[in-house]
Design a protein around this ligand. Structure first.
Ligand code: ATP
Ligand code: MG
Length: 451
Protein backbone atom coordinates (compact mmCIF):
# COMPACT_ATOMS: atom_id res chain seq x y z
CA UNK A 1 0.00 0.00 0.00
CA UNK A 2 1.41 3.41 -0.88
CA UNK A 3 1.84 5.68 2.09
CA UNK A 4 0.26 9.11 1.99
CA UNK A 5 2.63 11.94 2.86
CA UNK A 6 2.38 12.70 6.56
CA UNK A 7 0.98 15.97 7.88
CA UNK A 8 3.46 18.52 9.10
CA UNK A 9 3.26 18.69 12.90
CA UNK A 10 0.06 20.60 13.62
CA UNK A 11 -2.78 20.66 16.08
CA UNK A 12 -6.11 19.11 15.18
CA UNK A 13 -7.58 22.63 15.06
CA UNK A 14 -4.96 23.80 12.57
CA UNK A 15 -5.55 20.74 10.39
CA UNK A 16 -9.29 21.37 10.43
CA UNK A 17 -8.74 24.98 9.39
CA UNK A 18 -6.54 23.86 6.49
CA UNK A 19 -9.16 21.32 5.42
CA UNK A 20 -11.92 23.93 5.44
CA UNK A 21 -9.79 26.39 3.42
CA UNK A 22 -8.83 23.71 0.89
CA UNK A 23 -12.48 22.67 0.62
CA UNK A 24 -13.61 26.27 0.07
CA UNK A 25 -11.02 26.82 -2.66
CA UNK A 26 -12.05 23.58 -4.37
CA UNK A 27 -15.73 24.45 -4.14
CA UNK A 28 -15.18 27.89 -5.66
CA UNK A 29 -12.94 26.76 -8.52
CA UNK A 30 -14.41 23.36 -9.35
CA UNK A 31 -17.98 24.44 -8.52
CA UNK A 32 -18.03 27.14 -11.22
CA UNK A 33 -16.68 24.71 -13.78
CA UNK A 34 -19.24 22.10 -12.79
CA UNK A 35 -22.02 24.66 -13.08
CA UNK A 36 -21.18 25.60 -16.67
CA UNK A 37 -20.52 21.96 -17.51
CA UNK A 38 -23.97 20.92 -16.27
CA UNK A 39 -25.57 23.76 -18.24
CA UNK A 40 -23.61 23.19 -21.42
CA UNK A 41 -23.15 19.45 -21.64
CA UNK A 42 -26.57 18.49 -20.31
CA UNK A 43 -28.30 21.60 -21.74
CA UNK A 44 -30.67 21.65 -18.83
CA UNK A 45 -33.27 24.36 -19.44
CA UNK A 46 -33.94 26.72 -16.63
CA UNK A 47 -37.35 28.06 -15.79
CA UNK A 48 -36.45 31.76 -15.54
CA UNK A 49 -34.82 31.71 -18.98
CA UNK A 50 -37.92 30.11 -20.47
CA UNK A 51 -40.25 32.64 -18.76
CA UNK A 52 -38.06 35.50 -20.02
CA UNK A 53 -38.26 34.34 -23.62
CA UNK A 54 -42.01 33.72 -23.42
CA UNK A 55 -42.41 37.23 -22.04
CA UNK A 56 -40.48 38.64 -25.01
CA UNK A 57 -42.72 36.70 -27.43
CA UNK A 58 -45.80 38.01 -25.57
CA UNK A 59 -44.57 41.61 -25.96
CA UNK A 60 -44.04 41.11 -29.67
CA UNK A 61 -47.50 39.54 -29.98
CA UNK A 62 -49.10 42.40 -28.03
CA UNK A 63 -48.15 44.93 -30.70
CA UNK A 64 -49.00 42.67 -33.66
CA UNK A 65 -52.32 42.54 -35.56
CA UNK A 66 -54.32 39.27 -35.37
CA UNK A 67 -52.92 38.14 -38.74
CA UNK A 68 -49.39 39.01 -37.78
CA UNK A 69 -49.90 37.08 -34.53
CA UNK A 70 -50.63 33.91 -36.53
CA UNK A 71 -47.47 34.49 -38.62
CA UNK A 72 -45.37 35.08 -35.46
CA UNK A 73 -46.82 31.97 -33.84
CA UNK A 74 -46.04 29.98 -36.97
CA UNK A 75 -42.44 31.16 -36.93
CA UNK A 76 -42.09 30.46 -33.21
CA UNK A 77 -43.39 26.89 -33.65
CA UNK A 78 -41.08 26.42 -36.61
CA UNK A 79 -38.21 27.51 -34.32
CA UNK A 80 -39.14 24.71 -31.90
CA UNK A 81 -41.32 26.69 -29.46
CA UNK A 82 -44.32 24.60 -28.54
CA UNK A 83 -46.55 27.56 -27.63
CA UNK A 84 -50.15 28.48 -28.11
CA UNK A 85 -52.43 31.47 -27.76
CA UNK A 86 -55.34 31.08 -25.37
CA UNK A 87 -58.13 33.28 -24.02
CA UNK A 88 -57.50 34.97 -20.69
CA UNK A 89 -60.27 32.81 -19.15
CA UNK A 90 -57.90 29.82 -19.40
CA UNK A 91 -56.10 31.18 -16.33
CA UNK A 92 -59.19 30.23 -14.27
CA UNK A 93 -58.30 26.59 -14.89
CA UNK A 94 -54.71 27.05 -13.62
CA UNK A 95 -53.72 25.14 -10.48
CA UNK A 96 -50.63 25.35 -8.30
CA UNK A 97 -50.01 21.67 -7.80
CA UNK A 98 -50.31 18.50 -9.77
CA UNK A 99 -50.76 14.91 -8.77
CA UNK A 100 -48.25 13.92 -11.44
CA UNK A 101 -45.49 16.30 -10.45
CA UNK A 102 -42.16 14.63 -9.70
CA UNK A 103 -41.52 15.04 -5.95
CA UNK A 104 -37.81 15.62 -6.57
CA UNK A 105 -38.60 18.59 -8.83
CA UNK A 106 -41.16 19.87 -6.31
CA UNK A 107 -38.46 19.69 -3.60
CA UNK A 108 -35.94 21.46 -5.84
CA UNK A 109 -38.48 24.21 -6.61
CA UNK A 110 -39.15 24.61 -2.91
CA UNK A 111 -35.46 24.65 -1.95
CA UNK A 112 -34.27 26.90 -4.77
CA UNK A 113 -37.11 29.30 -5.68
CA UNK A 114 -36.34 31.67 -8.61
CA UNK A 115 -35.45 35.27 -7.77
CA UNK A 116 -37.16 36.95 -10.80
CA UNK A 117 -40.75 38.19 -11.02
CA UNK A 118 -43.03 35.18 -11.53
CA UNK A 119 -44.81 34.63 -14.88
CA UNK A 120 -48.57 34.69 -15.23
CA UNK A 121 -50.02 32.29 -12.64
CA UNK A 122 -46.71 31.91 -10.77
CA UNK A 123 -43.69 29.66 -11.08
CA UNK A 124 -45.66 26.59 -10.15
CA UNK A 125 -48.57 26.61 -12.57
CA UNK A 126 -50.39 23.57 -13.92
CA UNK A 127 -53.12 23.16 -16.50
CA UNK A 128 -54.82 19.76 -16.62
CA UNK A 129 -51.96 18.38 -14.43
CA UNK A 130 -49.28 19.60 -16.90
CA UNK A 131 -46.81 22.24 -15.93
CA UNK A 132 -47.15 25.44 -18.01
CA UNK A 133 -45.45 28.80 -18.21
CA UNK A 134 -47.78 31.59 -19.36
CA UNK A 135 -47.47 35.27 -20.26
CA UNK A 136 -50.09 37.93 -20.79
CA UNK A 137 -50.41 39.24 -24.38
CA UNK A 138 -53.30 41.59 -23.82
CA UNK A 139 -56.38 41.75 -21.58
CA UNK A 140 -58.12 38.99 -23.53
CA UNK A 141 -55.23 36.75 -24.61
CA UNK A 142 -52.37 34.83 -23.10
CA UNK A 143 -49.55 32.85 -24.64
CA UNK A 144 -48.31 29.68 -22.93
CA UNK A 145 -45.95 26.80 -23.43
CA UNK A 146 -47.73 23.53 -24.16
CA UNK A 147 -44.91 21.23 -23.10
CA UNK A 148 -41.92 21.93 -20.95
CA UNK A 149 -38.58 20.21 -21.45
CA UNK A 150 -37.74 17.51 -18.95
CA UNK A 151 -35.86 18.12 -16.65
CA UNK A 152 -36.53 21.75 -15.98
CA UNK A 153 -35.04 23.43 -12.94
CA UNK A 154 -34.60 26.93 -11.60
CA UNK A 155 -31.45 28.83 -12.48
CA UNK A 156 -30.89 29.18 -8.75
CA UNK A 157 -30.62 25.41 -8.49
CA UNK A 158 -28.38 25.17 -11.55
CA UNK A 159 -26.13 27.82 -10.03
CA UNK A 160 -25.95 26.61 -6.45
CA UNK A 161 -26.74 22.90 -6.79
CA UNK A 162 -23.32 21.85 -8.07
CA UNK A 163 -21.67 23.94 -5.35
CA UNK A 164 -23.74 22.32 -2.63
CA UNK A 165 -23.12 18.86 -4.00
CA UNK A 166 -19.42 19.53 -4.32
CA UNK A 167 -19.23 21.06 -0.83
CA UNK A 168 -20.88 17.98 0.59
CA UNK A 169 -18.66 15.51 -1.28
CA UNK A 170 -15.42 17.44 -0.68
CA UNK A 171 -16.05 18.11 2.99
CA UNK A 172 -17.26 14.57 3.69
CA UNK A 173 -14.25 13.14 1.84
CA UNK A 174 -11.65 15.41 3.43
CA UNK A 175 -13.12 15.04 6.90
CA UNK A 176 -13.22 11.27 6.71
CA UNK A 177 -9.60 11.13 5.51
CA UNK A 178 -8.67 13.57 8.27
CA UNK A 179 -10.63 11.64 10.92
CA UNK A 180 -8.91 8.38 9.99
CA UNK A 181 -5.40 9.78 9.63
CA UNK A 182 -5.33 12.33 12.42
CA UNK A 183 -7.60 10.84 15.05
CA UNK A 184 -8.88 7.29 14.59
CA UNK A 185 -5.70 5.58 13.35
CA UNK A 186 -3.36 7.07 15.97
CA UNK A 187 -5.84 6.34 18.78
CA UNK A 188 -6.24 2.80 17.46
CA UNK A 189 -2.44 2.42 17.51
CA UNK A 190 -2.35 3.63 21.11
CA UNK A 191 -5.10 1.18 22.05
CA UNK A 192 -3.22 -1.72 20.38
CA UNK A 193 0.02 -0.70 22.08
CA UNK A 194 -1.75 -0.42 25.45
CA UNK A 195 -3.18 -3.92 25.00
CA UNK A 196 0.13 -5.61 24.32
CA UNK A 197 2.32 -3.34 26.38
CA UNK A 198 4.82 -4.89 28.72
CA UNK A 199 5.47 -2.59 31.62
CA UNK A 200 8.86 -4.17 32.16
CA UNK A 201 10.70 -3.44 28.97
CA UNK A 202 11.96 0.13 28.87
CA UNK A 203 10.92 0.50 25.22
CA UNK A 204 8.71 3.37 24.07
CA UNK A 205 5.44 1.62 23.26
CA UNK A 206 3.20 4.51 22.34
CA UNK A 207 4.30 5.95 19.02
CA UNK A 208 4.94 9.67 19.46
CA UNK A 209 3.76 10.61 15.97
CA UNK A 210 0.82 12.51 14.52
CA UNK A 211 -0.97 15.67 15.57
CA UNK A 212 0.32 17.69 18.52
CA UNK A 213 -2.49 16.37 20.74
CA UNK A 214 -1.79 12.73 19.85
CA UNK A 215 1.96 13.19 20.41
CA UNK A 216 1.22 14.78 23.81
CA UNK A 217 -1.08 11.91 24.72
CA UNK A 218 1.49 9.28 23.64
CA UNK A 219 4.22 11.07 25.61
CA UNK A 220 2.04 11.24 28.71
CA UNK A 221 1.25 7.52 28.44
CA UNK A 222 4.92 6.64 27.93
CA UNK A 223 5.79 8.74 31.00
CA UNK A 224 3.09 7.05 33.04
CA UNK A 225 4.37 3.67 31.94
CA UNK A 226 7.91 4.55 33.04
CA UNK A 227 6.63 5.68 36.45
CA UNK A 228 4.58 2.50 36.91
CA UNK A 229 7.64 0.43 36.03
CA UNK A 230 9.74 2.30 38.61
CA UNK A 231 7.09 1.71 41.27
CA UNK A 232 6.77 -1.98 40.42
CA UNK A 233 10.53 -2.46 40.39
CA UNK A 234 10.78 -0.84 43.81
CA UNK A 235 7.99 -3.06 45.14
CA UNK A 236 9.58 -6.20 43.71
CA UNK A 237 13.00 -5.25 45.13
CA UNK A 238 11.45 -4.65 48.53
CA UNK A 239 9.60 -7.99 48.57
CA UNK A 240 12.67 -9.85 47.40
CA UNK A 241 14.77 -8.13 50.05
CA UNK A 242 12.30 -8.96 52.82
CA UNK A 243 12.09 -12.56 51.58
CA UNK A 244 15.82 -13.06 51.58
CA UNK A 245 16.43 -11.23 54.84
CA UNK A 246 13.76 -13.21 56.65
CA UNK A 247 15.19 -16.52 55.59
CA UNK A 248 18.48 -16.23 57.48
CA UNK A 249 16.95 -15.58 60.93
CA UNK A 250 14.31 -18.19 60.13
CA UNK A 251 16.97 -20.83 59.44
CA UNK A 252 18.76 -19.81 62.67
CA UNK A 253 15.47 -20.12 64.56
CA UNK A 254 14.82 -23.56 63.16
CA UNK A 255 18.28 -24.79 64.12
CA UNK A 256 17.79 -23.51 67.66
CA UNK A 257 14.33 -25.10 67.98
CA UNK A 258 15.65 -28.41 66.69
CA UNK A 259 18.23 -28.42 69.51
CA UNK A 260 15.47 -27.95 72.11
CA UNK A 261 14.39 -30.99 74.18
CA UNK A 262 11.47 -32.87 72.62
CA UNK A 263 8.07 -31.49 73.57
CA UNK A 264 4.75 -30.78 71.89
CA UNK A 265 5.58 -27.06 71.43
CA UNK A 266 8.76 -28.00 69.58
CA UNK A 267 6.78 -29.87 66.89
CA UNK A 268 4.34 -26.99 66.50
CA UNK A 269 7.17 -24.45 66.25
CA UNK A 270 9.00 -26.48 63.59
CA UNK A 271 5.73 -26.85 61.61
CA UNK A 272 5.14 -23.08 61.76
CA UNK A 273 8.72 -22.30 60.74
CA UNK A 274 8.44 -24.74 57.81
CA UNK A 275 5.23 -23.10 56.79
CA UNK A 276 6.71 -19.58 56.86
CA UNK A 277 9.70 -20.92 54.91
CA UNK A 278 7.34 -22.45 52.33
CA UNK A 279 5.46 -19.19 51.93
CA UNK A 280 8.70 -17.28 51.46
CA UNK A 281 9.88 -19.79 48.86
CA UNK A 282 6.57 -19.46 47.00
CA UNK A 283 6.67 -15.65 47.05
CA UNK A 284 10.27 -15.57 45.86
CA UNK A 285 9.51 -18.04 43.06
CA UNK A 286 6.55 -15.89 42.02
CA UNK A 287 8.71 -12.78 41.96
CA UNK A 288 11.45 -14.56 40.02
CA UNK A 289 8.89 -15.30 37.33
CA UNK A 290 10.87 -18.11 35.69
CA UNK A 291 8.15 -19.11 33.24
CA UNK A 292 8.37 -15.74 31.48
CA UNK A 293 11.59 -16.77 29.78
CA UNK A 294 10.61 -20.31 28.78
CA UNK A 295 10.80 -20.79 25.00
CA UNK A 296 7.91 -22.06 22.86
CA UNK A 297 7.87 -25.72 21.84
CA UNK A 298 5.62 -27.98 19.84
CA UNK A 299 4.14 -30.22 22.53
CA UNK A 300 1.51 -32.92 22.81
CA UNK A 301 -0.77 -30.99 25.17
CA UNK A 302 -2.98 -34.05 25.67
CA UNK A 303 -0.10 -36.05 27.12
CA UNK A 304 0.96 -33.12 29.36
CA UNK A 305 -2.57 -33.02 30.82
CA UNK A 306 -2.75 -36.81 31.19
CA UNK A 307 0.51 -36.77 33.18
CA UNK A 308 -0.80 -34.06 35.52
CA UNK A 309 -4.01 -36.04 36.10
CA UNK A 310 -2.12 -39.25 36.89
CA UNK A 311 0.12 -37.40 39.36
CA UNK A 312 -2.95 -36.12 41.23
CA UNK A 313 -4.58 -39.58 41.08
CA UNK A 314 -1.41 -41.10 42.54
CA UNK A 315 -1.85 -38.75 45.51
CA UNK A 316 -5.38 -40.13 45.98
CA UNK A 317 -7.39 -37.33 44.33
CA UNK A 318 -10.24 -38.06 41.91
CA UNK A 319 -8.80 -36.16 38.96
CA UNK A 320 -9.43 -37.57 35.49
CA UNK A 321 -8.65 -36.51 31.95
CA UNK A 322 -11.25 -36.14 29.22
CA UNK A 323 -10.07 -35.34 25.70
CA UNK A 324 -8.10 -36.58 22.71
CA UNK A 325 -5.03 -38.75 23.17
CA UNK A 326 -2.91 -36.54 21.03
CA UNK A 327 -3.09 -32.83 20.29
CA UNK A 328 0.06 -31.00 19.31
CA UNK A 329 0.33 -27.27 19.87
CA UNK A 330 3.00 -24.63 20.29
CA UNK A 331 3.25 -23.68 23.95
CA UNK A 332 5.57 -23.36 26.92
CA UNK A 333 5.22 -26.84 28.48
CA UNK A 334 6.64 -26.15 31.96
CA UNK A 335 4.53 -23.02 32.38
CA UNK A 336 1.42 -24.79 31.08
CA UNK A 337 2.02 -27.70 33.46
CA UNK A 338 2.33 -25.23 36.30
CA UNK A 339 -0.89 -23.46 35.30
CA UNK A 340 -2.97 -26.65 35.07
CA UNK A 341 -1.39 -28.02 38.26
CA UNK A 342 -2.37 -24.79 40.09
CA UNK A 343 -5.95 -25.18 38.86
CA UNK A 344 -6.11 -28.85 39.88
CA UNK A 345 -4.53 -27.97 43.20
CA UNK A 346 -7.31 -25.46 43.87
CA UNK A 347 -10.00 -27.85 42.69
CA UNK A 348 -8.93 -30.84 44.82
CA UNK A 349 -8.91 -28.61 47.91
CA UNK A 350 -12.67 -28.03 47.65
CA UNK A 351 -14.18 -30.65 45.32
CA UNK A 352 -14.76 -34.40 45.30
CA UNK A 353 -14.23 -34.96 41.60
CA UNK A 354 -12.21 -33.01 39.11
CA UNK A 355 -12.16 -33.40 35.32
CA UNK A 356 -9.47 -31.89 33.12
CA UNK A 357 -10.91 -31.44 29.63
CA UNK A 358 -9.07 -30.63 26.44
CA UNK A 359 -10.98 -29.45 23.40
CA UNK A 360 -10.45 -27.49 20.23
CA UNK A 361 -12.49 -24.39 19.37
CA UNK A 362 -12.17 -23.02 15.80
CA UNK A 363 -9.38 -20.62 16.73
CA UNK A 364 -8.29 -21.74 20.18
CA UNK A 365 -7.30 -24.66 22.32
CA UNK A 366 -9.36 -24.87 25.50
CA UNK A 367 -8.15 -26.55 28.68
CA UNK A 368 -10.93 -26.68 31.28
CA UNK A 369 -10.49 -27.83 34.87
CA UNK A 370 -14.04 -28.62 36.02
CA UNK A 371 -14.86 -29.40 39.63
CA UNK A 372 -17.97 -30.01 41.73
CA UNK A 373 -16.93 -27.79 44.63
CA UNK A 374 -18.70 -24.67 45.86
CA UNK A 375 -17.42 -22.50 42.99
CA UNK A 376 -16.38 -18.87 43.33
CA UNK A 377 -19.08 -16.24 43.97
CA UNK A 378 -19.55 -13.85 41.04
CA UNK A 379 -18.27 -10.87 43.07
CA UNK A 380 -14.89 -12.53 43.63
CA UNK A 381 -14.27 -14.01 40.18
CA UNK A 382 -12.14 -11.09 39.03
CA UNK A 383 -10.46 -10.38 42.34
CA UNK A 384 -9.19 -13.96 42.83
CA UNK A 385 -6.97 -13.34 39.79
CA UNK A 386 -5.07 -10.68 41.73
CA UNK A 387 -1.92 -11.89 43.49
CA UNK A 388 -2.31 -12.59 47.23
CA UNK A 389 -6.12 -12.42 47.10
CA UNK A 390 -8.10 -15.25 48.61
CA UNK A 391 -11.76 -15.82 49.24
CA UNK A 392 -11.95 -15.97 53.03
CA UNK A 393 -13.97 -19.13 53.51
CA UNK A 394 -11.54 -21.17 51.45
CA UNK A 395 -8.76 -21.19 54.00
CA UNK A 396 -7.93 -24.77 54.66
CA UNK A 397 -5.70 -25.05 57.72
CA UNK A 398 -2.23 -26.26 56.93
CA UNK A 399 -2.96 -26.34 53.18
CA UNK A 400 -3.79 -22.67 53.14
CA UNK A 401 -2.10 -20.97 50.20
CA UNK A 402 -0.89 -17.47 49.60
CA UNK A 403 -3.42 -16.56 46.93
CA UNK A 404 -0.90 -16.64 44.10
CA UNK A 405 -2.06 -19.72 42.16
CA UNK A 406 -4.75 -18.15 39.96
CA UNK A 407 -2.77 -14.98 39.22
CA UNK A 408 0.09 -17.19 37.99
CA UNK A 409 -2.37 -19.12 35.79
CA UNK A 410 -3.75 -15.87 34.36
CA UNK A 411 -0.20 -14.62 33.69
CA UNK A 412 0.73 -17.85 31.92
CA UNK A 413 -2.43 -17.71 29.80
CA UNK A 414 -1.63 -14.09 28.85
CA UNK A 415 1.94 -15.10 28.06
CA UNK A 416 0.44 -17.41 25.42
CA UNK A 417 -1.80 -14.54 24.18
CA UNK A 418 -4.68 -16.47 25.68
CA UNK A 419 -6.87 -15.94 28.74
CA UNK A 420 -8.26 -17.54 31.88
CA UNK A 421 -12.01 -17.62 32.47
CA UNK A 422 -13.66 -18.69 35.69
CA UNK A 423 -17.16 -19.94 34.95
CA UNK A 424 -19.80 -21.35 37.28
CA UNK A 425 -20.99 -24.94 36.84
CA UNK A 426 -24.44 -26.39 37.46
CA UNK A 427 -25.58 -27.33 40.07
CA UNK A 428 -22.36 -26.16 41.73
CA UNK A 429 -18.69 -26.05 40.97
CA UNK A 430 -16.15 -24.11 38.99
CA UNK A 431 -14.93 -24.47 35.43
CA UNK A 432 -11.53 -22.78 35.12
CA UNK A 433 -10.79 -22.45 31.40
CA UNK A 434 -7.50 -21.57 29.80
CA UNK A 435 -7.98 -20.60 26.14
CA UNK A 436 -4.85 -20.58 24.04
CA UNK A 437 -5.14 -19.09 20.56
CA UNK A 438 -4.00 -21.34 17.73
CA UNK A 439 -1.85 -18.57 16.27
CA UNK A 440 1.70 -18.35 17.48
CA UNK A 441 1.97 -16.41 20.76
CA UNK A 442 4.35 -13.52 21.34
CA UNK A 443 7.97 -14.23 22.17
CA UNK A 444 9.23 -14.69 25.72
CA UNK A 445 10.84 -11.23 25.79
CA UNK A 446 7.60 -9.39 25.01
CA UNK A 447 5.91 -10.93 27.95
CA UNK A 448 2.82 -9.45 29.53
CA UNK A 449 3.23 -11.53 32.65
CA UNK A 450 6.78 -10.54 33.41
CA UNK A 451 7.38 -9.06 36.78
N1 ATP B 1 -11.87 -24.47 42.16
C1 ATP B 1 -12.15 -23.56 43.10
N2 ATP B 1 -13.31 -23.63 43.79
C2 ATP B 1 -13.63 -22.67 44.71
N3 ATP B 1 -12.82 -21.63 45.04
C3 ATP B 1 -11.66 -21.52 44.40
C4 ATP B 1 -11.25 -22.46 43.38
N4 ATP B 1 -10.05 -22.08 42.91
C5 ATP B 1 -9.71 -20.97 43.60
N5 ATP B 1 -10.66 -20.65 44.49
C6 ATP B 1 -10.65 -19.48 45.39
O1 ATP B 1 -9.80 -18.50 44.84
C7 ATP B 1 -8.80 -18.10 45.78
C8 ATP B 1 -7.52 -17.80 45.05
O2 ATP B 1 -6.97 -18.97 44.50
P1 ATP B 1 -5.44 -19.05 44.29
O3 ATP B 1 -5.11 -20.34 43.64
O4 ATP B 1 -5.02 -17.80 43.61
O5 ATP B 1 -4.86 -18.99 45.75
P2 ATP B 1 -4.77 -20.14 46.83
O6 ATP B 1 -5.12 -21.46 46.22
O7 ATP B 1 -5.55 -19.68 48.01
O8 ATP B 1 -3.23 -20.09 47.20
P3 ATP B 1 -1.99 -20.63 46.33
O9 ATP B 1 -2.54 -21.06 45.02
O10 ATP B 1 -1.08 -19.49 46.26
O11 ATP B 1 -1.46 -21.77 47.11
C9 ATP B 1 -8.68 -19.27 46.70
O12 ATP B 1 -8.27 -18.82 47.96
C10 ATP B 1 -10.07 -19.83 46.73
O13 ATP B 1 -10.83 -19.14 47.69
MG1 MG C 1 -4.22 -22.09 44.46
Amino acid sequence: MTRLPSWPKATIRQQLTVIILVALAMILVVGNRMESWVKDVYAISDLEDLADRLDTIARVLATASPDDRQIIMGHARAAGWDITLAPMSTTNAFTHSSSEQNSLIALTDWLFPPDNDPPLGGWQTFLNDRRVVAAKVDDATIVMTLSLPEPIVTSDFLGRGPHFLLAFVVLAGLFSVFAVRAITAPIQKIVEAAKRTDIHTGAVVFEEKGTVEIVTLARALNGMRRRIKLMMDARTRMLRGIGHDLRTPLTRMKMKVERMPDCSEKEALIADIDRIDGMLTETLTYLRNDYATEPLELVNVASVLQTICSEFSDLGHAVRYDGPNKLNAECRPVSLTRAVTNLCDNAVKVARTVVVRLSEAPDALVIAVDDDGPGIPQDYRERVLEPFFKVDGARQGSREGLGLGLSIVADIARLHDGRLDLLPRQPHGLSARISLPRTSPSSGQENPAAR
